[in-house]
Structures are given as structure tokens and as C-alpha cells.
Design a protein around this ligand. Sequence first.
Ligand SMILES: [Zn+2]
Length: 375
Amino acid sequence: MDPVLALTQELIRCPSVTPDDAGCQQIIANRLKSVGFKCEHLRFGVVDNLWATYGNDGPLFVFAGHTDVVPPGDLKAWHTPPFDPIISDGMLFGRGAGEMKSGLAAMIVAVETFLKNHPAPNIRIGFLITSDEEGDAQDGTKRVIDTLVARGVTMDYCIVGEPSSSNILGDTIRIGRRGSLSGILTVQGIQGHVAYPHLADNPIHRLSHAVSALTNKTWDHGNDAFPPTSFQISNIHAGDGIENVIPGTAEARFNFRFSTASSEASLKARTEEIISQHIDNYRINWRLSGNPFLSKRGNLIEAATSAIQKISGITPELSTGGGTSDGRFIAPNCPEILELGGMNTSIHQINEHTRVSDLTKLADMYCYILNNLMV
Ligand SMILES: [Zn+2]
């Protein structure tokens, strides 16, 4: 039995719907301990985290990932039960098959193989695994990084095993991610009767002018690594359905996906500047879920690129697209970081699956990268 397949199936059988780890990290810790890792379980709130380390010399290389999965959704719509890892037509089905239990299994088998060949490597290896990446992510990787920083632990290289590939294994690696800044804009008006607008102050009208100005704004032009910052309104709410009442308040929810050409502070300042041109009485609740990050070009990207060329025969696209990841918490403490993993074509979907033939290939890629990072 392909060891990566076997371990992936074992992990899929654990119904680890976020933030419940459902025993995955104990399985992983047992494997790592048996090849000489020191394992530490860090539980914060209801979130389980595993920090495991091997070796004493050399740069620190870390594999990062998560054991939690999103809920399966409508069970009747699944061909096979979501926590029953069934193989059909060369595909492994199950919640987490793509994101990211196959990635975790490939990392562990890669390290087992690497240490068999190099029991005393001149690099240190770490694993940072959380059971809350899919949820609010406040007690997961973020808290582990805070703990490590407090101990003075710094990382040199990190591979986040998120599924980065679209068509062929390794066709895309993420070398950074845009930042994500959200806001809830509440406009305070004066409620009144639609027939007497002069006695009211319609917040919807004021909001619509501000929305038009915000959506027509060019926030930046991006740069070599990132597309221009995007601004999207996701929700607008006002009134409660009564047609002859001007509501007292109106609310809009929006999100920036921003490049390194802008910052949280500059976006907030310019947003407020625009809104103040149209609205006197408003407030904004801001929430930064992550700053943009971009890996330094160095040994790691080089090692990953040559591993993919060797094993998949293609040269990967170096991308900063897509949403956010736990890389945002790791990047401030690790100069070289990238995301490399399996297919992302069915993640979060009903009948999630991954290609069985990719599993060992992914482990080989990870192992090849470790070999290449040895100094
Ligand atoms: Zn993920």
C-alpha cells in the first residue's frame, strides 16, 4: 500500500470538522516521534496545535498545515460518506482529500524517507500543525507563532502544504498572498416619512454616493508580484421592507484584497477621506485578517522549482493569487515561505477528491526539496 495513500486515508477517517482535531495530530505525532522528533501539543481554547522538531544544527525548515476541514455539507449529495476514504477511478474521495490531509501525509512520508537517507542532516526540521485554519484562526498558527517568537525561535524556510496546484501537480506555487482588510460602514441618517424627505436625512442616498466613489477608485497599480488592490462591497443593508419609511441607518460591508503597494493604514485613511466627502455621520468597524506577504527569492523557491521540474516535468507559476492562508501568520517570522500542495479543484466541495497518483509524487517533491536545502 502506498504509504502516503494509507496515511491520507487514516486521517480522512477522523471527522476533524474545524476546530475539532478528532485525533489527527496524535496520529501525526506518533509517526514523527517514531523517527526522532520532539513533539509538543499546544492547546489554546478549543484548538489543538502540534509543534514538532528534529535536529540541532543548521537552518530551520518548517512544514506547516492544518488537520481541520470544512463541514461536509449535504450528506445525501455525497456519492460515498465524506469520512470514508473511498478510491474510485484513480481518485481518492473524502473530506480533506484535497485540503489538506493528502498534503500532511505527503510531508510526513517525505520526512521519514529523508531521515532514513540522512539521519543527521545539517538542517533542522519542524512541523507546525493546527486544527483551526478554516475557522476564525485566532487560536491556531497565530498563537503558536506568538509562542515561538517569545521563545526566540526563528524560521529560515517554510512550506505551507495548502493545495496550490490547478491542473498538473506543482503547476502553481504561492510565493505570497495579498492582504485582507474588511470593514462595516454604518451611515447614521434621520428616519422619516418618504413623503416628507425634508424632515429626514436618507442614509441610503448618502451611502450610494460614497459607494460609487469607493468602487470607482484606483487604490494602487499593484507591482511585479501583486495585481492592483481590489475593493469589493459584499453586503448592503437598510430598511426593513416598509415602503413609506426612510430608514435611520444604512450599512455596507466591504473587503480589500491588497498588495504590498498599499498598507492597512493608507487604505483606511483614503477610505475615510472619500466617505467624509459624502457623509458626515458614519462609523467604520475595521478588521484586518492579514497583511500581504511575499517570500524572499532564494534557496527555497529554487529548490521547489527544480523539484517540480524533476518530478512533474513542468516549471511552476509563481503566484500570489487566491485568498489568505496561515502563511500570513508565519511570514513575519520566516523570510522564505511558499505554499506547495496537491490539486485544489474540488476543495470545500461535495465529493472532494484528489488524484491517487499525485500522492507519492508530492512526497517525492517535498523530499527532493529537503535534499536540496541541505548545505
Ligand atoms: Zn487549507
